[in-house]
Design a binder for this molecule. Structure first.
Ligand SMILES: O=c1[nH]cnc2c1ncn2[C@@H]1O[C@H](COP(=O)(O)OP(=O)(O)O)[C@@H](O)[C@H]1O
Length: 531
């Protein structure tokens, strides 16, 4: 747990000089637009053809730019050189694009903003470039001095193996600039809510505990306007509906009793598509790929306890055409739509896969049955709990253990279940986190404090080593062979990755957790319209 300022690179820069920013939101820009000669508009329109950018906001930026000292002369004769216009346009377009990115990628508190806007008619901070408002005056209202405000958002991740709180702090230094993500406070408790399926009031205690962290982190005067949201994933998806509902009701009551702002639908089970898409938003935001005008992004692989997600932006149409229709999701950002390949496999999280490998998923007779696997050390026998149930598990005492046998067992859990996207055999970079990261650390593949880059074949090599020397790795975890073999099998036989596919194993980027939670708070402040 800890909050630390992000390095500058994470903060979204203001790309417009401040004087220009005032103009940008002022009526003046509209008035200038109204006076702009039609040839200039058509030249800009022409130059923006084929671009995914809207030409009108670019026009505003262009106009503002062209009225600066440097460009005034060139604008005087608008019809003289389309070339000049085009190069100016390109320059402006790249600024505008980055600007759109910051505007979309940073978020602000609507209440405060609306209050501020009601008091200051000249200001428009909607996530769009200047409004088309007919105005008759050139007067620019003075901007308030010493404007700086801080606001927060609380996102609970109710996972199958634990509940986590993410407290995001945003700072807005200027009413005409967008807030930046300043830092995140993260804290986790175990087990997850689903372990309290039969005693929701006890489960609620973990939420109360985490809310105390929020109270300590967020200044008292901010509590009333800080939204608190909880999204549950596989653990609650796998529970009978009425048990899941009782847990959610308990959480909602606790939220209502808290001093924080409880929006509509603040306590829900998130669907798998949103889980994948929002994790993709988080990682691409934190790694700066959402500002790049190239639309180059990275894919994500998230391995939870109950479910696993894969999400990426396909480069080839064939990937979209050959995917089941519900594996394609659209998200609106930056005035354009991203069409993503995404799927969440419920029951294929690392811990649920252990149960499936052991043949214990949905089994009865848990009091007396012993579930055996050649992925476990021969002499291992233990009671093991997941999702509120306890299982007797063991190795095969008088049989064999090791990688080959284990791989065969695990193949049954993966084969024919996981879809292989057409493009995954290509060379895209994937960021892998949660249990991919944890197991890579435990098995010594990467350093726990820095993360690292591995190839799929590294997981395979290490899985073989762990499984063939189970006694050596037993103190770390008796399940390490099973988990490493599952990861190898999922990547290769499941998704169809090549041995040489590069995985960037990452827990945090600039001290912010790689999790869907940041994408979800963005979605809360500004509906990303995932469909
Ligand atoms: O925000 C996070 N930071 C660090 N690790 C996380 C975060 N969210 C989930 N994890 C990791 O994800 C794994 C389990 O995910 P979870 O319990 O949410 O499964 P689920 O998504 O299948 O419900 C664990 O390794 C847990 O530590």
């Amino acid at each position: 747990m800890g909050a630390k300022a992000l390095p500058n690179s994470t903060q979204v820069p203001s790309l417009l000089p401040s004087a220009l920013s005032v103009l940008l939101i002022s009526p003046l820009s509209t008035q200038i637009a109204n006076r702009t000669p039609p040839p200039l508009i058509s030249a800009l329109h022409h130059a923006s053809a084929g671009s995914h950018l809207q030409w009108q906001p670019l026009l505003h930026l262009y106009i503002l730019k062209s009225f600066s000292q440097q460009d005034r002369a060139r604008t005087a004769n608008t019809s003289s050189s389309i070339k000049t216009l085009e190069s100016l346009f390109q320059e402006t377009a790249s600024q505008a694009f980055s600007c759109l990115q910051c505007r979309q990628a940073t978020y602000y508190n609507h209440h405060m903003y609306n209050r501020y806007r009601a008091l200051n008619h000249h200001s428009n901070m909607d996530n769009q470039l200047p409004p088309e408002v007919p105005v008759a005056t050139e007067a620019v209202a003075p901007r308030p001095v010493n404007f700086s405000r801080t606001f927060y958002g609380i996102m609970f991740d109710a996972g199958s193996t634990g509940t986590r709180i993410h407290i995001y702090k945003f700072i807005q230094k200027d009413p005409v600039e967008l807030p930046v993500l300043d830092n995140e406070m993260y804290h986790a408790v175990k087990p997850g809510l689903s372990a309290y399926a039969d005693m929701p009031d006890v489960g609620g205690e973990s939420i109360r505990q985490l809310l105390k962290v929020a109270k300590k982190t967020i200044p008292k005067e901010q509590w009333i306007q800080t939204p608190v949201v909880l999204k549950a994933t596989a653990g609650l998806r796998l529970l009978p509906q009425e048990k899941a509902k009782a847990l959610l009701n308990e959480v909602k009551e606790i939220f209502d009793d808290s001093p924080f702002f409880v929006p509509n639908n603040s306590v829900t089970i998130m669907n798998g598509t949103n889980e994948g898409v929002l994790a993709w938003v988080t990682v691409n935001f934190l790694t700066g790929h959402l500002y790049a005008k190239t639309r180059k992004t990275v894919g994500i692989l998230d391995l939870g306890g109950g479910s696993t997600q894969i999400t990426f932006l396909p480069r080839l149409k064939k990937t979209v055409l050959t995917a089941p229709s519900d594996y394609i999701a659209k998200i609106n950002m930056f005035n354009s739509t991203f069409e993503l390949y995404t799927h969440s496999y419920l029951g294929n999280g690392l811990i649920a896969a252990r149960l499936a490998t052991l043949g214990a998923l949905g089994a009865d007779g848990l009091d007396w049955k012993v579930f055996r696997s050649s992925c476990l050390p021969k002499k291992f026998r233990e009671d093991w709990s997941f999702g509120g149930l306890t299982y007797k598990v063991s190795g095969i005492p008088d049989g064999f253990a090791g990688y080959k046998l284990c791989y065969q067992e695990i193949l049954q859990v993966v084969k024919g279940i996981v879809h292989q996207p057409f493009e995954v055999k290509g060379s895209s970079i994937f960021y892998a986190f949660s249990y991919y990261y944890d197991r890579a650390v435990e098995s010594g593949l990467i350093d726990g404090s820095r993360g690292g880059t591995v190839e799929v074949r590294d997981f395979k090599k290490r899985a073989k080593e762990v499984c063939n020397k189970m006694t050596k790795y037993r103190p770390i975890s008796p399940f390490l062979c099973m988990d490493m073999t599952y990861i190898t099998c999922l990547l290769k036989e499941g998704f169809g990755f090549k041995d040489s596919t590069v995985l960037q194993l990452t827990k945090k980027v600039n001290n912010v957790e790689t999790s869907w939670a940041l994408g979800a708070i963005f979605d809360h402040f500004h509906n990303l319209n995932i469909h």
